[in-house]
Design a protein. Sequence first.
Length: 114
Amino acid sequence: VQLVESGGGLVQPGGSLRLSCTASGFTFSSFVMSWYRQAPGKERELVAGISKDGGSTNYGNSVKGRFTISRDNAKNTVYLQMNSLKPEDTAVYYCKRIGVRSYWGQGTQVTVSS
């Protein structure tokens, strides 16, 4: 199982980024996927989750209305579109395969700063 995140970087407040997480080593369409983040000195928190077919999503309160999770099962990829970014969104963002046995990616850094 491998999860590889990409798309992080430095962005100004109010800007946008799209993160990608490409999966391999398992049947991607059979698993719920999610994005988490961890800021320095804070616990890892749920950002968003998406059902196996993409028909159902859920979001952490701090990102509702600004972030959108989606997936493309044909490309084995889950995305996180982040709009109206704030400095408090600065964190390492991880994708996670949800299941009896969970797997994490290595993370991608997102820094929101002017």
